[in-house]
Design a protein around this ligand. Structure first.
Ligand SMILES: [Zn+2]
Length: 162
């Protein structure tokens, strides 16, 4: 079993038929771009990917370990849930994020980066208002100045570059 974070999905060849994969709802919500979202929905429908909600006790274990390693402030709620899913399912973390790999190592979770496969898509992050759709830099904090709704993180990606 492998738990995929968003960048792992976008850097994969998007063929999940060979194994058992897990993602979280947080990761699913970051895949707003239609092409990838459709492929993931299909893979979920075929049971190649399971969507998992990690238990609270696993999230607590991950958060306190991330605090110990000094990575807590770097990690998003989604990152923590991905790690908690690894812990709960005794699964391998698939992520290129150093902070996540660091916490995984501290928790005894096996991990693998994706870069050995070569990057097949360039991933960039931005924030999008959940209300009006206005776009912001990834570093933007706070609510949308136009309509007052929360902003959410969103991945966009280039066409395959291999
Ligand atoms: Zn707005």
């Amino acid at each position: 079993m492998r738990v995929l974070d968003t960048s792992a999905i976008l850097r994969s060849d998007l063929d999940f038929s060979d194994g058992e994969y897990i993602i979280t709802y947080g990761v699913l919500s970051e895949l707003l771009e239609d092409g990838v979202k459709d492929l993931i929905d299909l893979a979920i429908g075929k049971n190649h990917i399971k969507v998992h909600v990690p238990g609270e006790q696993y999230k607590k274990t991950v958060s306190s370990k991330a605090y110990e390693t000094g990575d807590l402030n770097t990690l998003s709620e989604t990152d923590l849930e991905v790690l908690a899913s690894c812990l709960e399912n005794n699964a391998v973390l698939a992520s290129d994020d150093y902070a996540m790999q660091n916490v995984a190592a501290a928790l005894g979770i096996a991990f693998e980066g994706l870069t050995h496969k070569g990057i097949s898509r360039q991933v960039t992050w931005e924030r999008v208002c959940a209300g009006c759709g206005r776009k912001f830099e990834d570093s933007f904090k706070g609510v949308c100045p136009t309509c007052g709704h929360k902003t959410r993180r969103k991945a966009s990606y280039s066409e395959r570059i291999d």
